[in-house]
Write a protein that binds this ligand. Structure first.
Ligand SMILES: [Zn+2]
Length: 604
């Protein structure tokens, strides 16, 4: 349910040159004082050789292409050479020829575009297990469609002890959510627990409610809602923490199963050019964490993962010591624990995002703040002191203010340091707080896949009012104020996590066919004043994502000495209309010098 629109001009060499003005990984680079004159054509300037270490031969030499390096100057070259896992040369074709030996793999790019491997700064790769073992409802646009998918899955998986699944969306149902009766018809004898697309609600059948002991007399748990029918009986929808009540009804996945999911994820992510991923919200002692370790031990990890450990409001501050131990056990490899994850509020569509002003449809409610601010400040200070990056889910403007207050408090306690805390989602942000991101060196982690007019927008108009709905998802304001912006999919809230579709949406603020959505409307852009340039979008998926993960010296740009993480596209996205960017496809993906994906369309 996304559409594309076509109003952006072809990107010219001017845009390439101007892109040098954008702050690169750190927000401190001063902008240039003058703009280069406009170029005569749409071709990209190929720079001459700047760097070469002579007298070695490379394993791979790429020539005759457009290598957009995303270095500080946003240099573009025609050739690159790779030895082992490292980039040893970027420059012109002639210089590259000196790297060719008997064993060198030669790739004639024939003018194709090469970008750094893409980085997804908030992606639940561990949830890919659900794509392998659960009934998928993502992208289905009707309740009848849900019914059909569930009955087909049950028929294909006889003997199930319980059915899990996910991807249904709130806007297809009344405000109290979907009802258990729909599922009881399909599966009366086994528990059924189906997560909503945003993971903030579950839809269950009567068997699951019975096994969990949820009745008319069960009170709402703290931070959760048991939706009810007119008689007060649980209707089959559980919001936020109420979902925990049914979490035991279906057996959890094993580490082996989660690892199967990670393998599936790696293949899928490589097909979209992704080579580095920040995984928020892992938990100590779970099969998920074990699965990452297992995959790395098997030498089958082909994505660089950075992980965050989830902190709950009920956790004792001593949990930080456990985090330190877990970090020690998961470091020095492709998978490392580097951060802690905190949920500050819920979501607008669940009326749980924490707002400065009340909801329009619930005038007595500003949503739900999930943390006591004092307790949050204390845990921030403790995590920061222990060297953890803090990664916060914050949707509402009031939640983001409290999130930043906690970082400021922690900085006061701990003194100066290179923290790079991250705040993700950022649906409504007070403009004053955007300035504080820069002051506190906080990385903004938006999901440009959501910068569209669709069913969520329609609901936002109803819940937030027209004015706030049209201020959703700032992006340009972050760039303008020198905030580092690292884009993310929030997979598997977003399926598929195709960065090229998001890059287009960040530029157009309109739906395109690379994005799964319902009731899209491309006659209108979402908050178009927050549209950014193609160069900014690419930076947000490359060097800025590297910076967000303390990896800017390892990956995120194509420079000598960095890991050879790069992709080759079938179309030069600088030379096609921006509304066609989502149609570009990855032909080859390399991770640390190894080819990890090859499209069927690629002919070498
Ligand atoms: Zn998430």
């Amino acid at each position: 349910m996304r559409n594309t629109f076509h109003f952006f001009a072809v990107i010219t060499i001017l845009a390439i040159l101007i892109s040098g003005c954008q702050p690169a990984p750190a927000p401190t680079s001063p902008p240039p004082t003058s703009t280069p004159p406009p170029p005569p054509t749409h071709t990209i300037e190929i720079k001459p050789t700047e760097t070469a270490i002579p007298h070695e031969t490379a394993d791979i030499v790429l020539t005759n292409g457009v290598i957009y390096t995303v270095d500080n100057a946003r240099s573009v070259y025609s050739a690159m050479a790779v030895k082992g896992d490292t980039i040893v040369y970027v420059g012109d074709d002639q210089g590259a020829s000196e790297w060719v030996g008997d064993q060198t793999r030669l790739i004639d790019l024939q003018g194709k575009l090469v970008l750094p491997g893409l980085i997804d700064a908030h992606n639940h790769a561990n949830f890919a297990v659900s794509e392998v073992f659960e009934v998928p409802l993502w992208g289905i646009q009707t309740v009848d469609g849900y019914k059909q998918a569930i009955s087909e899955f049950l028929a294909a998986h006889p003997g199930l002890q319980g059915l899990k699944g996910g991807g249904w969306i709130n806007p297809l149902f009344p405000p109290e959510g979907p009802s258990k009766e729909i599922l009881d018809e399909l599966a009366p004898d086994i528990p059924v627990v189906l997560g909503s697309e945003d993971y903030h609600s579950v839809w269950v059948n009567s068997k699951a409610l019975e096994m969990a002991g949820i009745t008319k007399d069960t009170p709402n748990p703290a931070g959760g809602i048991i939706e009810r029918d007119a008689e007060g009986n649980p209707n089959g929808t559980l919001r936020e923490s109420a979902a925990d009540l049914v979490s035991e009804t279906i057996p959890a996945y094993t580490a082996d199963q989660v690892m199967e999911g990670l393998k599936y994820f790696q293949d899928m992510a490589h097909s979209f050019g992704i080579t580095t991923v920040h995984v928020p919200h892992l938990t100590i002692g779970t099969p998920d964490l074990e699965a990452f370790r297992q995959l790395e031990n098997l030498n089958e990890m082909t994505i660089r993962f950075r992980g965050a450990l989830g902190v709950e409001p009920t956790d004792d501050p001593s949990i930080v010591e456990q985090f330190v131990d877990a970090r020690e056990q998961n470091k020095g490899g492709l998978f490392e624990i580097s951060a802690a994850k905190i949920f500050m509020d819920g979501v607008v569509e669940g009326s749980t995002a924490y707002l400065e002003e009340p909801y329009v449809h619930k005038p007595d409610s500003r949503g739900e703040l999930l943390w006591d601010p004092e307790k949050y400040n204390a845990i921030c200070a403790a995590l920061e002191k222990a060297g953890f990056q803090i990664h916060v889910h914050s949707i509402g403007d009031a939640a983001t203010r409290i999130t930043l207050d906690g970082f400021a408090f922690a900085h006061e306690q701990n003194g100066a340091g290179d923290r790079r805390h991250m705040v993700t989602h950022l649906q409504l942000v007070n403009p004053e707080d955007i300035l504080r991101f820069a002051e506190l060196n906080v990385v903004a982690v938006p999901q440009p896949y959501w910068f569209i007019v669709d069913s969520y927008y329609t609901q936002a108009v109803e819940y937030l009012g027209q004015e706030r709905a049209d201020q959703q998802y700032p992006m340009k304001s972050f760039f303008t104020n020198d905030v580092v912006v690292a884009s993310a999919s929030d997979y598997n809230v977003t399926v598929p996590p195709n960065p090229l579709a998001a890059i287009e949406a960040g530029v157009t603020r309109k739906w395109n066919e690379g994005i799964t959505a319902i009731d899209t409307d491309t006659s209108k852009a979402l908050n178009p004043s927050e549209a950014v340039t193609l160069e900014e979008m690419i930076a947000s998926f490359t060097i800025n994502g590297a910076y967000a993960n303390f990896l800017e010296n390892v990956t995120g740009s194509l420079e000598v000495g960095k890991k050879a993480d790069f992709i080759i596209l079938d179309k030069n996205i600088f030379e096609i209309p921006v509304e066609e960017i989502h149609t570009a496809a990855v032909l080859l993906t390399f991770f640390e010098g190894a080819e990890v994906y090859r499209s069927e369309a690629y002919l070498e």
